[in-house]
Design a protein around this ligand. Structure first.
Ligand SMILES: Cc1ncc(COP(=O)(O)O)c(C=O)c1O
Length: 452
């Protein structure tokens, strides 16, 4: 520890208390928030203020894809700070040029022009503005099971209950919601494949019956709202519908991108090209805050002689761009995309075994190193223990109890309403997966005891 830090040494308890008293805890009732002090993290592990280690089974917020303390990325932050810490967005920088070239290696083909932000939320705001300016239309179609960010435009496009507190005045207008693609628990009570993916056709019905639709935004693999993987025909069909009606397809890859699903981007599973791709999180493994809105050349060309009415002081901030180059290089050097894909069968098989053993597990689903374990009160009816409304009303949530107990046993896992999210760093070993799965297996007894 440096001399300055030593002179100011605070106990873990003091750090937590000051944080709790002076900061807002996000997306929660403030009562009962007692943030754990984290002092260190390395690989798939982090350490609390009293030296206890935890397996990071959800890569913090599904973002530390490279694992903690990657030396090359850490060095790139220092290098970039020494070379050039800031330049206004109107200037060209080496970091900006290098990252832009690097992105062309990994993004789906055809996405050639970039706008950089400092979060996924802002990247989606950029996408909506660009789509509206380019098409001259205003409406955006989103889906109920989705999260696209927290500010006025992106919360308006968010289908989950985090939107409710902003209704009606705190969000931008013009977003309409389509049913999600959830083959485990279809909101329109269809069954795949007999449904012939009616959920995609319904989007066409919406477009025909609305005027003025600029874009549809989708998480190709829905993240927080359940790791929902669509059937193979869904994205090719959606692409056709968009093309037929001149509607832009926006792929929100903030969570599912960067190798998480065993491809660079989750839309790559279906070989479909979006008009706009939005991402953040894993682009720097979350070491520095960077978001990206990437568009096709056709959209880019439009702005040659139309005013591009968008910007931020921190757009293309060099300190965020240099480390993104290092992150992508590290992902390539360590073959992490292939690694996530190759570990998928092992993880799936083990989760299927967990499901077979526990009556409270309704479904396990996912791709790569991105899986959800859905907990139900009744397997036959698929009735969950908790609803979205329970979440916003601060009621006790069964999956939160499971996650808290796993945490006490040294495994950190994210939980949301009725499922747990398994998304370890892509460097995870089979032994570490076994450790996390064993903790899950043990604590599922909490839900099993409540099954009807
Ligand atoms: C799919 C998706 N889009 C957008 C966002 C917002 O990104 P950020 O939290 O960086 O603003 C998130 C965050 O979790 C996300 O999962």
């Amino acid at each position: 520890m440096s001399e300055i830090l030593q002179a100011e040494a605070l106990t873990a308890e003091q750090i937590s208390d000051i944080t709790r008293q002076t900061n807002y805890g996000t997306w929660r009732y403030q009562k009962g928030w007692k943030p754990l002090t984290i002092t260190d993290a390395e690989g798939c592990w982090f350490t609390d203020g009293v030296g206890k280690r935890y397996l990071d089974f959800s890569s913090q917020l599904m973002c530390v894809n490279l694992g903690h303390k990657n030396p090359r990325v850490i060095e790139s932050i220092a290098e970039q700070a020494r070379e050039l810490a800031y330049a206004a967005p109107g200037f060209a920088t080496r970091a900006r040029a290098r990252l832009s070239e690097k992105l062309h290696e990994v993004l789906p083909e055809g996405l050639t022009k970039f706008f950089f932000t400092t979060s996924g939320t802002e990247a989606n705001e950029a996408a909506f503005k660009i789509a509206r300016m380019f098409t001259g239309k205003s409406k955006v179609i989103s889906r109920y099971r989705s999260y696209h960010g927290s500010t006025a435009g992106s919360i308006a496009a968010t289908g989950d209950p985090r939107r409710w507190a902003m209704e009606p005045a705190g969000k931008t207008g013009g977003v309409i919601f389509a049913p999600e693609t959830n083959c485990y628990n279809c909101p329109i009570r269809h069954t795949y494949p007999g449904c012939k993916i009616a959920c995609a056709d319904y989007i066409e019905h919406m477009i025909r019956n609305e005027s003025d639709v600029a874009a549809i935004i989708v998480e190709p693999v829905v993240g927080t709202n359940g790791v929902l993987v669509p059937p193979p025909e869904y994205f090719p069909r959606l692409r056709e519908i968009c093309d037929r009606h001149g509607v832009l397809l926006i792929a929100d890859e903030v969570m599912a991108g960067w190798g998480r699903t065993g491809r660079w981007f989750s839309i790559d599973h279906w070989n479909v090209k979006p008009d706009i791709l939005v991402t953040a999180k894993g682009i720097t493994s979350a070491y520095v805050p960077l978001g990206l809105c990437a568009t096709t050349q056709q959209i880019a060309d439009f702005f040659e002689d139309h005013y591009f009415s968008h910007g931020h002081t921190y757009e293309a901030h060099p300190l965020t761009l240099g480390p993104a180059v290092a992150t992508i290089e590290e992902m390539q050097r360590l073959n992490l995309i292939e690694r996530a894909a190759s570990l998928e069968p092992y993880l799936r098989e083990n989760l299927e075994a967990v499901k077979a053993k526990h009556p409270s597990v309704g479904d396990v689903r996912g791709l790569g190193l991105f899986f959800a374990v859905e907990i139900v009160k009744n397997r036959a009816t698929k009735q969950p223990f908790n609803t979205m409304r329970d979440k916003v009303e601060g009621k006790p949530i069964v999956v939160d109890q499971i996650a808290a107990k796993m945490m006490s046993k040294g495994v950190f896992i994210q939980a949301w309403v009725s499922h747990l999210v398994i998304a370890p760093p892509l460097i995870v070993t089979k032994e570490e997966l076994d450790l996390g799965l064993a903790a899950l297996d043990e604590q599922l007894a909490i839900a099993d005891a409540l099954v009807e």
